[in-house]
Design a protein around this ligand. Sequence first.
Ligand code: SAM
Length: 246
Amino acid sequence: MRRFLYRIPEEDLWELLLDKKTPVEVVAREGDLITFATYEPLEGLEPIKEEEVTEDWKSWKESFGPVEVGDLVVLPPWKKVILIKPGMAFGTGLHPSTRICLRALQDTVREGDSVLDVGTGSGILAVASKVLGARRVLAIDVSEEAVRECRENVRLNRVEVECRRGKPEEIDGTFDLVVANLDISVFQEELKHIVRVSKGRLILSGLYGKEDLRRIEDMLKDQGLLVCRIYEEENWFCVGVGDVRS
Ligand SMILES: C[S@@+](CC[C@H](N)C(=O)[O-])C[C@H]1O[C@@H](n2cnc3c(N)ncnc32)[C@H](O)[C@@H]1O
């Protein structure tokens, strides 16, 4: 697999993201310039560096997809399974904002982490965090129905996750990682509380289009934080803050 490194003025990045619709990995910031990497060449832009990344084992593993026969699904042992019962709460895994969060969690969760899932819905991100190795996971939501469904899905997956009704401002203590798939108007209210309960690593999703991306970046800057990774699917964006592994 090839990795392409680009350096452009930071203010041009958001325009480019919308144009190219490809995930980028922010590598460095120097003054007004941002250096980022992609795994596909970007048309019309000259990379400052191109390098070979050896991930053959990864593509080999990925070629073993699920085999479905009637109600049976056959999976290789390295796949991590999440069961979600369809219900009223948001979070079946079909929506792009959830899917990019699931990708970001795989890059971010470390064995033994404490994780807070804000706006847990069905509990999908809380269960994913646990399946990916988190030690303690707390899932909160303002909706009683979501909390009920989160508890049911936690039972289904036989993991330990505490699900309760609540908002970030009601949370005591701090978490290694906070994941939140909300929307920009909710972030406007909640971001300062989310930052207060985090030890520095954040995954923020539910951002639609360039304007939301700009606004979250500004809100984060006001809190003294910088985006270090951006995920995109169908014009939905998710940002990683803090130490997000590439
Ligand atoms: C887009 S859904 C995300 C569900 C799931 N986490 C996912 O990624 O698919 C957002 C959830 O946040 C909840 N929510 C909205 N405002 C909230 C707040 N201020 N604090 C906690 N939860 C909130 C909603 O009830 C809803 O269940």
